[in-house]
Write a protein that binds this ligand. Structure first.
Ligand SMILES: *Cc1c(COP(=O)(O)O)cnc(C)c1O
Length: 390
């Protein structure tokens, strides 16, 4: 059992229980107060940075509207996300096309809608940008190693070696684009703050060598996401991230600090969500088995995909929790007919021994990468319903 108060205050918990008491399960409730609080904390921790919310983390309309109103910009990865953002009347100069994998016709679509800021990490993509979004600002994403200390790595697939980034910036200028800066992502839920140090040092090397050897002056560093949410594995507080990262930037760039962009996803929205599921069955595989299997109506295909490899460990509490309740080990699984639909088996979760069919499980910190990160109807189960609490 996890101490709920470490994650959600008593007053917010009461508000949540009242709000959700008649909702059918499974569902997710997003607390917009928490999103707002997280945004303010990030903004105040990095007062010199511009924030581009990575909307894939939670593209709920009330979340987007709230962040837009707070002054956030947006990191967009597809034309579908773009359409959704433009519907909210957000100006295209607050948008960046941050996906390095994109079709030429989608680049043209972004350009036509007024977006002038593009990420890249390859020659072919850069040429497509030059042809379909002439004159735009481009930034090059570099590879960083992060697979060990990030709970959900975003390396390998994106970014290029700094030497190649150098060549791409030179080529961007030749093609009539505006070389803008360098980006990286140290991996999502990055628990080692030192990862930003290595990445910023690589960026500094590129800034200096491009200026000295090519007379190209870059002006922006996009430090990506990776800031923490409150799961089971402890992390440092965001203030520690901010003070360390600010020091790394000062050590490398001194007074000549470039424009800094952050692209938070998880850290803004994860803590705002509570997923409620209902226990469908509690059983054992033989009469003497020590672990019970707890099957409930949320699983890998409707919201809990980040439990792949048991990577993200959500704090789970149950409607039977109370002080000194007896608990024992469980394996927690979802409702579909796919045996991959098991959330936790190696991680030994414990739930009350009197847990029964119809009881509820509350999955805390489920506001990021859940509601839309789901199948549309595997085994006929619909995607999770999301509700927004003011
Ligand atoms: C997903 C993504 C982010 C958000 O990362 P978090 O770790 O969730 O904050 C930021 N930038 C890019 C390019 C992304 O793809």
């Amino acid at each position: 059992m996890y101490n709920r108060e470490d994650y959600v205050s008593n007053s917010e918990w009461e508000r949540f229980l009242e709000f959700s008491k008649n909702l059918e399960t499974p569902n997710i409730v997003i607390n917009l107060h928490t999103v707002k609080k997280n945004y303010i904390k990030l903004r105040d921790s990095f007062p010199y940075a511009r924030i581009f919310y990575a909307m894939k983390a939670n593209p709920g309309k009330p979340v987007l509207e709230l962040l837009a109103e707070m002054g956030s910009n947006f990191d967009i990865a597809s034309r579908y996300e773009l359409d959704k953002i433009l519907e909210l009347k957000i100006s295209p100069d607050r948008l960046s096309f941050g996906n390095t994998i994109k079709k030429a016709k989608d680049i043209a679509y972004f350009y036509e809608k007024g977006v002038r800021m593009f990420a890249t990490d390859s020659k072919e993509d850069l040429k497509n940008i030059a042809t379909n979004a002439p004159g735009s600002r481009v930034y090059v994403r570099i590879l960083v190693e992060n697979s060990v200390t990030a709970d959900w790595p975003l390396s390998r697939k994106f970014g290029c070696h700094p030497d190649m980034a150098y060549d791409l910036i030179v080529l961007a200028k030749k093609l009539g684009l505006t070389p803008y800066g360098i980006s990286f992502h140290v991996g999502s839920q990055q628990r080692d703050i030192g990862q930003w140090n290595d990445a910023i040092a690589k960026t500094k090397y590129l800034f200096t060598s491009l200026e000295e050897e090519e007379d190209i002056r870059l002006s922006m560093i996009n430090m990506g996401g990776g800031f923490p949410a409150s799961y089971i594995e402890p992390t440092n507080d965001l203030h520690d991230y901010a003070s360390e990262i600010t020091r790394y930037i000062r050590d490398d760039f001194g007074e000549d600090r470039p424009e800094i962009i952050l692209e938070p996803g998880r850290s803004l929205v994860a803590d705002s969500g509570i997923l409620t599921s209902e226990v469908v069955l509690v059983s054992r595989k033989n009469n003497t088995a020590l672990s019970r299997w707890v099957y409930q109506d949320a699983g890998k295909f409707n919201g809990l995909i980040e439990t792949l490899d048991e990577s993200i460990k959500y704090p789970i509490i149950s409607s039977k929790d109370k002080p000194n309740v007896r608990e024992s080990e469980v394996i927690i699984a979802g409702p579909t007919c796919d045996s991959m639909d098991i959330m936790y088996e190696d991680n030994k979760y414990k739930l009350p021994t009197n847990l029964k069919i119809g009881d509820k499980l509350y999955w805390l910190t489920t506001g990021a990468y859940t509601s839309t990160y789901a199948s549309v109807g595997f085994n006929g189960f619909p995607p999770l319903k999301t509700y927004f609490m003011e």
